[in-house]
Design a protein around this ligand. Structure first.
Ligand code: AMP
Ligand code: ZN
Ligand code: FE
Ligand code: FE
Length: 274
C-alpha cells in the first residue's frame, strides 16, 4: 500500500482539480493522498468528497510559505481542520498580502514599459493565489518573452528589476497555526532548503512534528539521513511527489514509493484522530 502526501491542485499552482488528483491516485492504485496546496485549504473539501466517492483516503493538507534565515522554507500541515476559522483567517490575510504584492510587480513592469495588466494576471491565477508564475505565463502568452523562465531571468527573479519580495511567516508561527487547527507540522523537503544539517536541528526546536523525507529532489542518501534524524528525535516522516501536473518537469503522481505505514503513524498522533 502506497500513498502520496504532497500534491498541488488548481487551488494553488497545480493544473488539476482536486477531483482529478483523486481519480489519478485511484488509477495508480494508491491507498491515500493529501492535496497540499500552497497557502490554501480550498481544495481539501473537494478532495475529501471525491475520495469518499471513490474509496480513496484523503487527509487534509496545506503547504505554507515561510522564511528561514532569509530563505524560503515550506511547511506542510497535515490533518488541519479544513473549517478552522483561525487558520482560514491567517490564510486570507496571507493571500491578500500576496495579491497586493502581485499588483506591485505589475506596476513595476508597466513603469518599465512592459505591457501587462492586472485583470489578465488575475484571470490567469484563477482560484489560486496570484504569483510570479502567473505573471510569467501572461508575459509569454503576450509574446513579451518566449518562455516563462525568460520572464524570470529578465524581470521577476529575485533581484530582478520588477521583483518585489513576498511576505512570509516564520516557521514557528506556521507550527503554531497548524497546531491551533489540530494539525501536525512537517518541514517540507529539507534537502532543497537547508544549507547545513545543523539548520534542521534549529527548526526541529520550533516544535515540528515531522520531516518530509521522500521527495523527488531528495536522493536515497538524503532520505536515509533525514529518516535517521527523525527517528533520533521521535519525529514522524512523510513524503510525496510534489506533483503539479507540469508535463516534463514533474514526476508523475504516486511516482515515489511512500509506504502507507507513514500515514498510519501520522494519524495515530493527530490529537483528535482522523
Ligand atoms: P512566487 O510565489 O510568486 O514568489 O513565485 C514562486 C514560484 O515561481 C516558484 O514556486 C517557482 O515555481 C517559480 N520560480 C521562481 N524562480 C523561478 C525562475 N528563476 N524560473 C522559473 N520559475 C521560477
Ligand atoms: Zn507549487
Ligand atoms: Fe514546496
Ligand atoms: Fe509543493
Amino acid at each position: 500500500m502506497r500513498v502520496d502526501l504532497h500534491l498541488h491542485s488548481r487551488f494553488s499552482d497545480g493544473l488539476n482539480s482536486p477531483t482529478e488528483l483523486v481519480r489519478m491516485a485511484v488509477a495508480k492504485g494508491l491507498s491515500a493522498i493529501s492535496v497540499t496546496d500552497h497557502d490554501s485549504l480550498d481544495g481539501v473539501n473537494e478532495a475529501i468528497g471525491a475520495g469518499r466517492e471513490s474509496g480513496l483516503e484523503v487527509i487534509s493538507g496545506a503547504e505554507l510559505s515561510c522564511e528561514f534565515k532569509g530563505r524560503d522554507l515550506h511547511v506542510l500541515g497535515y490533518g488541519v481542520a479544513p473549517d478552522d476559522a483561525g487558520f482560514e483567517a491567517m490564510l486570507k490575510r496571507f493571500r491578500e498580502t500576496r495579491h497586493k504584492r502581485g499588483l506591485e510587480i505589475i506596476e513595476k513592469l508597466n513603469a518599465m514599459g512592459v505591457p501587462i495588466n492586472a485583470e489578465e494576471v488575475i484571470k490567469k491565477s484563477g482560484e489560486g493565489s496570484l504569483g510570479r508564475p502567473h505573471i510569467a505565463a501572461v508575459l509569454r502568452e503576450k509574446g513579451v518573452v518566449s518562455t516563462p523562465s525568460e520572464a524570470f531571468d529578465r524581470y521577476i527573479a529575485e533581484g530582478g528589476p520588477a521583483y518585489v519580495p513576498k511576505y512570509k511567516m516564520a516557521p514557528a508561527d506556521a507550527v503554531r497555526y497548524i497546531h491551533a487547527a489540530r494539525g501536525l507540522a512537517f518541514i517540507a523537503h529539507p534537502g532543497i532548503f537547508l544549507e547545513a544539517i545543523d539548520e534542521l536541528y534549529t527548526l526541529i526546536a520550533d516544535g515540528f512534528d515531522g520531516i518530509e523525507i521522500f521527495h523527488p529532489k531528495h536522493n536515497g542518501a538524503t532520505t536515509r539521513q533525514l529518516g535517521a534524524i527523525a527517528e533520533e528525535h521521535g519525529l514522524l516522516v512523510s513524503g510525496g511527489s510534489d506533483f503539479h501536473g507540469f508535463a516534463g518537469k514533474d514526476l508523475p503522481l504516486g511516482a515515489l514509493d511512500v509506504p502507507y505505514e507513514l500515514l498510519e503513524k501520522i494519524k495515530q498522533r493527530l490529537p483528535y484522530g482522523e
